[in-house]
Design a protein around this ligand. Sequence first.
Ligand code: FAD
Length: 405
Amino acid sequence: MNKPKQFDVIIVGAGIVGGALACALGDSDLKVAIIEAQPCKTDWPEQSDTITGFDMRVSALTAASTNFLADMGVWQAIQQRRISPYRQMHVWDAEGTGNIHFNADEINQPVLGHIVENRLVAYALLQQVRQHNAIELIAPAKLDTIEQLDDQKYQLSLDDGQQLSADLLVAADGANSKVRSLAEIKVREWDYDQHAIVATVKTERAHQQTAWQRFLPEGPLAFLPLATADKQQQFCSIVWSAIPSYAENIMAMDDAEFSAALTYAFENTLGEVIDVSRRFSFPLRQRHAVDYVKTGIALVGDAAHTIHPLAGQGVNLGLMDALALSEELLRAKQRGLNLGSLPVLERYQRRRKAANLSMMAGMEGFKRLFEQPALPIRWLRNIGMNWLDKARPLKNRVMRQAMGL
Ligand SMILES: Cc1cc2nc3c(=O)[nH]c(=O)nc-3n(C[C@H](O)[C@H](O)[C@H](O)COP(=O)(O)OP(=O)(O)OC[C@H]3O[C@@H](n4cnc5c(N)ncnc54)[C@H](O)[C@@H]3O)c2cc1C
């Protein structure tokens, strides 16, 4: 049998988080492999046949995330394609009069964040990965099995028959991580009992570079502003979270019925919904790995945690995982430490677990608060929202924290 190919770090999964980690390690002289099950494009992803070709999966990137991407020279490439800055955010309760308005001007920032299409970010990261000679991109190839060797290293078998081994194996292979299950790392998970429907829509009125979110009794409905090349402001990416039976009804509607239901659910805020792309529906689950690390293995991004999309934080948390792990690995390399050793990996876990847990707990609290039908709770939450809207110093702190500043 051939000797397995040796690496310092093997990353499984070249989504946004895996790609970012590989890029962040690109300038070190670590030998890195990144394995991706899907074929990786060598040209910018073409426009699809939807309204103006927007990807169905978009993310609201915080300043902390775009700074990380800019430090690696990736943000500049994305900016030249298609990004949509948002300067304001408006959140309101369908069951009352509570509302909060966030404005970047109030904290002297040019924007609150940027809406980006996931496939553009993933592609830009892989283009950067290709510039680094010490990183080998292996795609399409799927991880099949892992085996821990006597020296604590992991040996991997891919579905194309390749054998690889490394001091550190990183799981960036998403919510249903194969690495995580092969490594027998336990996960705490529960169903949110909601599905998220995503689509691109065209509205009668301009979105005003504002991210909008209305909390309905069935779940939150978000309109995220998208910009076309000619700077039209009538397109939004929507994320409509609803209990499964209601989501099924919405998915079964024809486009005209769907547009009318969406216009109604969004209270005509941007006028009528006048066009809609294909719709997709995802079941929503909260997951959190009990441990992010064990000797020779680390989990990042959705492999470690998935969170309700209501605050648009999933990819941002994953990017901060990639940043923290890359910093710890570079530090360990400088000190001649084994990259897969537990003390090195536990430093990463300490930096990220508490931060991720507190964001997840906050979002869970938010979701539950807005599900409560009882009048006193509805009354209190509406008063609370209006109070926070006027409590400038606290509101500014919330804004800065959500931006990762
Ligand atoms: C409806 C919805 C809306 C969202 N909106 C936002 C938002 O506004 N902002 C935000 O920050 N987050 C948002 N999120 C969350 C965000 O999309 C995820 O957190 C993010 O995509 C996770 O990135 P990842 O790289 O960890 O995983 P993934 O994107 O899942 O990437 C995993 C990669 O691993 C590969 N892979 C899997 N198994 C193998 C294998 N065995 N071998 C080789 N490769 C493998 C896959 O092909 C894939 O490319 C949203 C999520 C949903 C469901």
